[in-house]
Design a protein around this ligand. Structure first.
Ligand SMILES: Nc1ncnc2c1ncn2[C@@H]1O[C@H](COP(=O)(O)OP(=O)(O)OP(=O)(O)O)[C@@H](O)[C@H]1O
Ligand SMILES: [Mg+2]
Length: 303
């Protein structure tokens, strides 16, 4: 490694079963802050969402369209590896991002991923595999394939789809840190505890699973009474004895600049999170990296 990093990549998943809470915005901004910021990390974003938003932002429309047409998106990787049992390498699906292309990379998704995920489940269930086994097949495959990528990258970030799928489950199992973006309002918090419980016990080895408490990050925070009260409640829950989640110190404000960048008014231009969102995403990146490093170097990390 050229930049003072050592050992295997830190693996981070950004997940929440609720849609629209900022998973993709945070995955991309975090990746960018790590690659372009002081840590100068070499970062790979693995897009596990058929909406392919992270791929779109990181690659730009033209490059993403070309990659999908050349069957170089992650749906093809999964189909080839699991259904056609072809020798396939995930590393062949990795491309430089359109900005910071020396240190920022993406394994893109495509809308076809939705169909392939269904196909996988049908294919494996015809072979009498139940849902748990489907999850195990997918996460074992990703784990094996990450083997070569772990030494090539400093940080690997999974952007996941809303809901809970076999792919999300696989990403959770492989991660050192699971970041759960949450808007501090009543509706967004309804499913938070149950989602965090599923994260806590996600493991390939159920019998010996170690609790993997996820890290909630408050996103789209407004200075309203409602948000303040919800944040107080969330922080109280996080510091209780039997807490289901921890909370990151960094709070991401509801910001028109962040929304404008993330809504992609200039999709083929430079990514601009590092300038517009500078302070907040750099702080988030430093906090998450520190946690991931601690988990990765702890003597008995969650399996
Ligand atoms: N801090 C923020 N301030 C203002 N707008 C934001 C912020 N974070 C995200 N957004 C906006 O919220 C919308 C949803 O964000 P994003 O796509 O990142 O969510 P998501 O959780 O990935 O959604 P999905 O569940 O569909 O994958 C986008 O339009 C984005 O611009
Ligand atoms: Mg998303």
């Amino acid at each position: 490694m050229t930049n003072g990093w050592a050992m295997a990549a830190k693996i981070i998943s950004v997940a929440n079963m609720k849609g629209g809470v900022g998973k993709t915005t945070i995955s991309v901004a975090l990746a960018q802050a790590l690659a372009a910021g002081p840590s100068k990390a070499k970062v790979l974003v693995l897009d596990l969402d058929a909406q392919a938003n992270a791929s779109f932002w990181l690659s730009g429309q033209a490059a993403l369209t070309a990659q999908i047409e050349q069957s170089k998106a992650i749906d093809t990787f999964l189909e080839d590896a699991i259904i056609f049992e072809k020798p396939t390498k995930l590393s062949d699906f990795v491309r430089p991002a359109k900005a910071h292309s020396e240190r920022l990379f993406v394994a893109p998704s495509s809308p076809n991923l939705r169909i392939v995920e269904r196909e996988l489940i049908v294919f494996l269930s015809r072979r009498h595999r139940n849902l748990l086994e489907v999850e195990r097949v997918v996460s074992t495959l990703l784990d094996e394939q990450l083997e070569s990528l772990r030494s090539d990258f400093d940080v690997i970030i999974f952007d996941t789809a809303p809901g809970i799928s076999a792919l999300t489950e696989a990403a959770l199992r492989l991660s050192h840190v699971v970041v759960v973006p949450t808007v501090p309002d009543y509706v967004s918090n309804l499913g938070l505890l149950s989602f965090c419980r599923t994260v806590s016990w996600s493991s390939n080895d159920i019998a010996n699973a170690v609790k993997r408490t996820p890290w909630v990050v408050a996103n789209k925070v407004k200075s309203s009474r409602h948000h303040e009260l919800m944040l107080q409640q969330m922080r109280a829950e996080a510091s209780s004895h039997d807490h289901e989640f921890n909370m990151l110190r960094t709070e991401i404000p509801s910001s028109p600049q962040i929304d404008e960048i993330a809504s992609g008014l200039d999709m083929d231009g430079e990514l601009a999170f590092d300038t517009e969102g500078a302070g907040v995403f750099s702080r988030l990146a430093a906090e998450v990296l520190d946690l991931a490093t601690r988990v990765a170097t702890a003597p008995s990390r969650a399996a």
